[in-house]
Ligand binder design. Structure first.
Ligand code: C5P
Length: 225
């Protein structure tokens, strides 16, 4: 592979599989850019809430996705996300916005509106693309495709701890139910459903530490470069 070729690594999988953390770790380690595609769908959901638009109304949500005025700025180790100039880094992480994101993400028009915006993140030397359809729809040509998964219970527990650390109190039972509902919607939707690409390597992180998953992903990336 020549040096001026952009290396794209896609990491897809359900929520709570550890994709976000691992994508950040890999991007930092390799000096690659990072695309958190879920954040874009979350931004569409948040912008819809702010404009009092029902997530189900595709005809109103699509223009919001097309005209999303968003800025990602990296400061040191953390990324700040601005929507219409307002810092929404924490606001988009709320559970309700995650549920909204999975509803707006089911609209084909919303997915089409975000496609080029996502592809524009691919710049030298490389990109870690985190999402649900990175290897199947957004970057089908990428050489390294990873599908990271874990049991619903393990993912709910991780989410519970993340939310607790942020002071958000949720019932574990509700969280498992929400995760199952979101998995179901993400896997069954007609456009870009959550499925591993035919050429993806599947990693089940249920009984693995973050360090173990990181090491196996890095080995895969090195093997392909
Ligand atoms: O990854 P995250 O939890 O931030 O994603 C929020 C929601 O956005 C997911 O549940 C999924 O419905 C949607 N999404 C998607 N395609 C992506 C990334 C996220 O449909 N590439």
């Amino acid at each position: 592979m020549s040096n001026n070729q952009i290396r794209v690594v896609t990491i897809d999988g359900p929520s709570g599989s550890g994709k976000g953390t691992l994508s950040q770790m890999l991007a930092r380690h390799l000096g690659y850019h990072l695309l958190d595609s879920g954040a874009l769908y979350r931004l569409v959901a948040l912008a819809s809430v702010k404009r009092h638009v029902d997530f189900a109304r595709e005809e109103f949500v699509v223009p919001i996705a097309q005209n999303l005025n968003v800025e990602f700025s990296v400061e040191g180790n953390s990324m700040q996300i601005l929507l219409d100039g307002e810092d929404v880094t924490n606001a988009i992480r709320q559970e309700a916005i995650g549920m909204g994101a999975s509803q707006v993400a089911a609209h084909p028009g919303v997915r089409a509106a975000l496609l080029e915006r996502q592809r524009a993140f691919a710049r030298l030397p490389g990109l870690i693309a985190d999402g649900r359809d990175m290897g199947t729809a957004v970057f089908p040509e990428s050489v390294t495709k990873i599908f990271l998964t874990a049991s619903a219970e393990a993912r709910a527990e991780r989410r519970f701890n993340q939310l607790k650390a942020k002071g958000e109190i949720v019932e574990m039972e509700n969280l498992v139910a929400d995760i199952r509902e979101r998995d179901e919607r993400d896997s069954k939707r007609a456009v870009s459903p959550l499925v591993p690409a035919a050429d993806a390597t599947i990693i089940d992180s249920t009984d693995m530490s973050i360090e173990e998953v990181f090491a196996s992903m890095l080995a895969l990336i090195k093997q392909n470069s």
